[in-house]
Design a protein around this ligand. Sequence first.
Ligand code: CDP
Length: 206
Amino acid sequence: MIIAIDGPAAAGKGTLAERLAAHYGLPYLDTGLLYRAIGRLAHDRGIDLDDAAATGAIARALTSGDLARDDLRGREAGELASRVAVHPPVRAALVDFQRDFAARPGGAVLDGRDIGTVICPGADVKLFVTASAEVRARRRTDELAAKGRDVDYARILAEVRERDERDSTRATAPLRPAADAVIIDTSGLDRDGAFAAAVAAIDARR
Ligand code: CDP
């Protein structure tokens, strides 16, 4: 069974995907990490993030070691990721790796922006996990504050909106639900509620 999960920044996809993978005994690929690693490498090497050819070359040479870096999770890496993710050569370089992962015997869970639309259009179940920009910004602010970081809600909200805009309006593989995706709006759900809604959707479809 292939479970494709897409949705905007900070909607709770990652947590949900990981929990679903454990529940169904499937391997999990966080595809955002691929773009984050490329963004970081480009930044480290002083490469212009708007240079499609140069960032595409980095994507083609990506190694598992690059994905194991410990500086890929934060906001800065997310921002770098969304800038390199607009380039067709970057996206093209990652297609086979993601499809091979999905094709593992037994299936897999993948999360990202274009899993149900481009990477695995034949996935058994497609979930589009979303929430209002305000709720997502509030969650991210609370998460960072819990880690002792000094954060400003208004600034996080502006970042969330900016990333939504860039991810949804790019020409290649824009963020949008597949026609046959089940939409899970987590605005009024906690983690357990989102998990229960996803399990119900998956069990109904498979
Ligand atoms: O966790 P969060 O939603 O903040 O970010 P992420 O899933 O790690 O993705 C970071 C950025 O990578 C996104 O804003 C997208 O621009 C890009 N991305 C993408 O274009 N396609 C994917 N399949 C996954 C991520």
